[in-house]
Structure formats: C-alpha cells, structure tokens
Design a protein around this ligand. Structure first.
Ligand code: KIV
Ligand code: NA
Length: 265
C-alpha cells in the first residue's frame, strides 16, 4: 500500500471521511496500528507519562523521545509518523523550533512534527514549513502550558472560542497541515473544522472534527489510572496482561512451566 502523505489527509477532509490517529512509541504497537490502517501515528510527548513514568509531559527531553521516534518510523510502511516537539525544545524562537524539527527529521526519520500553541507560534510553524517539514498544530488545552492554563480544563468556552478560531486560522496561514483541538467545546471545534481547509484532529473536541486522536494506552486500557471523559476504553489490556503474568508466575512456582513441548533434549 502507498505511504500516507499530508495531501491525502486533506483529500479525506474534502470527501468528508473522518480518520483515526493514535500515539505510538515502540515497534510492536506501531506495526499493529500501521497494519490496522491508522494513517497517522504520533510519537507524543505523552511518552513522558506513558513510557517514562514522569508525572508531567513537561519533563521528557528530545534525547529521550528520539529513539522512540526512530523505532516507530522504522516499523511502519504506510503511516505518516509525527514527532511531537517536547517542552523547551521550540518555544525560545522560530530558529530553535526549526533546529529541533530538523533533528527529529534526520535523527528520528520522522515525516512531520507537531508543536503546541496558537497565533504566537505561527512564526515557529512558518520557519519549519519553509524548510520543507510538515507541521501539525495543537491548540485548546495544551498540556505543556498546564501550569499557565490552571490544570486540565476545557478551553475556548464563551468568548474565548473566537480566540481559538483565530489561532487555528493563523496556524493554517503559517502552513500547518493539520491542527489538534484538545478539550474544546464541540460547537467551537465544529466551527473551526468548517472554517479551515486543513484537517482538525479532535481529542475531547466532539464528533465534528475531521479526525480523532487518543493515547493508545488510554484507549486500549493499559493505563489503569483515572481516564479523562474524552477517552473511550476499547479493551482491557491491563486486565489481560495481569492475568497472563499471574498465570506464568503460578505455573513457574507450581513446576508446570516449562512443559515437555518447551524443552530441548
Ligand atoms: O502527546 C500526545 O499524546 C498528544 C496527543 C494526545 C494529541 O499530544
Ligand atoms: Na503532546
């Protein structure tokens, strides 16, 4: 099958066909998601929590994310792989943003990058796209601004909705190929989606976005923590895995494993 390119995503929007996106951080999951036909995989800075066990997404570094990006790009044949720029690696200046994006494209072999922020980050998006690197924007609730936004809360209610529309338009104007809308009222997401020619990717942004993204450990139930309202659990991987591990431990302790079929002579 063909590789997914940014223009394909725009075509899906024009045809009114919603598409799924997931995070991925390693080879086996990337292969499964790619073969399942997920067109876009994000190596999110959510790896800070889901892979490295930090308490906040602000803590993960470029150096930590880079091998995960490489693992995912090496493992897919079709999916477009987006590398999330972590906190501190692009906010300083458009030049810093471009430098970090280039690292993810060369060392990480990513196909695109993503960064958080609205109008004020249009120059950063422009610098990266001018260098030929596709950029995905991310507005609404932006986890890297958690402390300034006052925690995990819906953004763009009331008059702030107009600000979000202006942010989305500025990112499109700066050359972004898509924009994530996180925790925004469905009505605002619907308005942005119809105002933009580039696709919107919703997470907690209602049903009218062009695409939907979830963190895979949340949607597959590997994360046992309290999930936000916008997460739907499609499986209980934590349950499956603890059952398997428990049975393995019991069989080793009881002398049942390994059996003759697992043994060489
Ligand atoms: O880091 C991440 O996983 C993300 C998605 C939830 C959009 O930014
Ligand atoms: Na992120």
């Amino acid at each position: 099958a063909r590789r997914v390119r940014v223009h394909h995503l725009r075509e899906l929007k024009q045809r009114g066909e919603p598409w799924p996106m997931l995070t991925a951080y390693d080879t086996f999951t990337a292969k499964i998601f790619d073969e399942a036909g997920i067109p876009v995989l994000l190596v999110g800075d959510s790896a800070s929590n889901t892979v490295f066990g930090y308490s906040s997404s602000l803590l993960v570094s470029v150096e930590e994310l880079m091998p995960l990006v490489r693992a995912v790009t090496r493992s897919v044949t079709k999916a477009l792989v987006v590398a999330d720029l972590p906190f501190g690696s692009y906010q300083i200046s458009p030049e810093q943003a471009l430098t970090t994006a280039v690292r993810f494209m060369k060392d990480g072999q990513a196909h695109a990058v993503k960064l958080e922020g609205g109008r004020r980050f249009a120059p950063h998006v422009e610098a990266i796209t001018a260098a030929g690197v596709p950029v995905m924007g991310h507005i609404g609730f932006t986890p890297q601004s958690e402390h300034n936004l006052g925690g995990y809360r819906v953004q763009g209610r009331g008059e702030a909705g107009d600000d979000l529309v202006a942010d989305a338009l500025a990112l499109q104007e700066a050359g972004a190929f898509a924009v994530v809308l996180e925790m925004v009222p469905a009505e605002v997401a619907k308005r942005i989606t119809s105002d933009l020619v580039i696709p919107t990717v919703g997470i907690g942004a209602g049903p009218d976005c062009d695409a939907q993204v979830l963190v895979w450990q949340d949607m597959a139930g590997l994360n046992q923590g309290k999930a936000p309202r916008f997460v739907k659990r499609y499986a209980d991987l934590a349950g499956v895995l603890s059952q398997a591990v428990g049975q393995f431990a019991d069989e080793v302790r009881g002398g049942e494993f390994p059996g003759p079929e697992h043994t060489f002579h």
